[in-house]
Every structure is written in C-alpha cells, then in structure tokens.
Design a protein around this ligand. Structure first.
Ligand SMILES: C[S@@+](CC[C@H](N)C(=O)[O-])C[C@H]1O[C@@H](n2cnc3c(N)ncnc32)[C@H](O)[C@@H]1O
Length: 305
C-alpha cells in the first residue's frame, strides 16, 4: 500500500511535474502561436491589400491606353456632364483662385484641370503611373498641373500644405475599410485648418442593389421601401454585388466616415450628388469636411468676407 502509495504518489508527483512542465510548455506554445497568428494576420491582410491595389493598378493600366479621357478616367457620361461635375466640385470646395488644391486619385489630371481656375496650379497624385503619364494628351495647359505617383493613404506631402483637398470617384477602389479610414485621415492631415476636404462619388449601401432596382424601373420611394425590407436578408444583400470588370467595388455607410474622423477637430457633412447622371436611387453621396472645427470654419468664413 505504502509502496504503491509511494509509487502512486511518485507517479502522481511525476505527472504533476510533467503536467506543470507541459502546462508551461503549452503556455509558451500557445503564446508563440498567438504571436505568430497575430503577425501572420497582419502580414496577410497587408498582403491582401497590396494584391487588391495591384489589381486596380492593372485595371487602370489597361484603360490608360484609350484615347478618350472619359474612358481613361472610367466615366460613363459625356463631356458636358463632366463639366457640370467639375463645377459642382468647385462649389463644394468653395474654391478660390489663390487656393492650393490637391486631387487624390487624379488619373491623367483631366478632371483637376476642369476644376481649377484658369490661372491656378493644381496638384495631384495617383496610384497608376501610366495614367499620370497621359497628362499632356488630355490637358490643354499641362504645365498648370503638377502630378505624381502615390497612394491615397500615404501622401508624400507635409501636413497642412493645401487649402482644398479632394478625392473623386476613388473610394470604391480602396482595398479595405481600414485603408479608407487612413485615406480620410491622410487627406485631413495635408489640409490646413479651416480648409476643406471633399471625398466624392462615394458608393452608398444602396449602390449594391442599383442594377436590380434600375431593372425594375421603380420610383425612388418604392425602391427605398423595397431596400428597407430587403436589407436584413443576407442572401439578397450578397447576390447583387457591385463590380467593375470583376473587381469588387467598395460601398460605405455614412456612419463609417463619422467614425473615421473620430478624435479629429472638424465639421463633417454629407452632400447629395446632383449631376452624376445616376439619379434613380440616392445611392451615391459626397463627404464634406471642414478641418479645424466650427471656430476654424467661422474664421475661414470671415476671412472670405
Ligand atoms: C474612376 S477614376 C477617377 C479619376 C478622377 N478622380 C476623376 O474623377 O476623373 C479612379 C482613379 O483612382 C485611382 N486610384 C485607385 N486607387 C487608388 C489609391 N489607393 N491611391 C491613389 N489612387 C488610386 C485610379 O488609378 C484611378 O485613376
């Protein structure tokens, strides 16, 4: 009994020792695995982002070969509508001839050239070098534009460098919500206090269903009502994806932008898109931000008067 008990106790002790060793080894292993998982998660999500950015770059490399700037910029409306859109952007930016203005995702710069005043210089960055290289082909006075290649989330520009910063019809290409959040904050960073940031032509939630609703030719209130009923149905939500040549286009709720500027002193508003030519459902909108909060907005307003 004693021996057994001793042996038993010895076995129990050994088991306990082993189990305590095993526990601590397991702990170490678990911790190692947790760290590796966290690291590989970070890597894989940034790799995924990189892949998606590359895919968009390739898509735009292909369109850059066209001789029609509307095709190159991937606008499916005519020149007159483009002029009206430029005018709308100018108004929303409260653009003054003396403003330093930056376009993020400027492609060949054609839209920027239509937005700026005749004697003004426009600055722009785009992800795709082959688009930037087409500036002289589409812009009447190319020397008015200074364009470079850079990603929207990483602008090679000093803080507070511009009076007005805009990014039009680009958000759908952002590879993740985190990336889009970085872009919003980056645009605010390079804008001076009291200046305006405009992110336009954002695809809202309803854009997912636009083709479906357009096909049904329903009036807007009825379309809204259908969407309201359909929204909780996950299958429907996924069955009408919004895509460009197989690339998934990103849609955003307005609440996303409210959270993106959390902690930043600014005034935010959501403006309707009036001249986009897609008025069937209110599926697109612009985000308007005045940097520096209400005080800066008042100061900017007084300075204008
Ligand atoms: C639909 S075009 C719009 C061009 C221009 N803003 C306009 O309104 O005519 C989208 C542009 O965004 C650029 N783009 C896409 N993702 C980008 C990113 N992450 N950073 C910078 N530019 C990007 C594309 O290369 C392309 O030139």
């Amino acid at each position: 009994m004693i021996g057994r008990s001793r042996r038993g106790s010895g076995i129990r002790d050994a088991t306990r020792r082993r189990s305590s060793r095993t526990t601590s080894n397991d702990d170490h292993r678990r911790r190692r695995v947790a760290i590796q998982t966290a690291n590989s998660g970070a890597t894989s999500s940034s790799q995924r982002e990189g892949r998606l950015l590359d895919d968009w770059r390739k898509l735009y490399d292909a369109t850059a070969k066209s001789d029609d700037w509307l095709v190159v910029h991937r606008w499916d409306y005519d020149e007159g509508m483009a002029v009206a859109t430029a005018e709308e952007i100018r108004g929303k930016l409260e653009l003054q001839p003396t403003d330093r203005i930056l376009e993020v995702g400027c492609a060949s710069g054609k839209k920027l050239s239509m937005v700026i005043h005749p004697q003004q210089t426009g600055y722009g960055f785009d992800l795709c070098e082959s688009l930037v290289a087409r500036k002289a082909d589409f812009v009447a006075q190319p020397e008015r534009l200074q364009l470079g290649v850079a990603e929207a989330a990483r602008l090679p520009v000093a803080s507070n460098a511009f009076d007005k910063v805009f990014c039009y019809s680009v958000a759908q290409c952002f590879p993740s919500a985190a990336y889009a959040r970085d872009v919003v904050r980056e645009m605010v960073r390079v804008c001076r206090p009291g200046g305006i940031v405009l992110m336009g032509d954002i695809l809202g939630e309803m854009e997912r269903h636009r083709r479906f609703l357009t096909a049904l030719k329903l009036p807007v209130p009825l379309a809204d009502a259908i969407l309201w009923v359909a929204r909780p149905v996950w299958a429907l939500r996924n069955s009408f994806r919004t895509e460009t040549d197989g690339m998934r286009r990103r849609v955003f709720r307005r609440s996303f932008f409210r959270s993106a500027v959390a902690g930043i002193d600014c005034v935010m508003d959501f403006l309707p898109q009036i001249v986009s030519g897609r008025r069937f459902v209110k599926s697109r909108y612009d985000v308007w931000i005045r940097k520096g909060g209400a005080d800066a907005a008042n100061r900017a307003g007084e300075a204008r008067r």
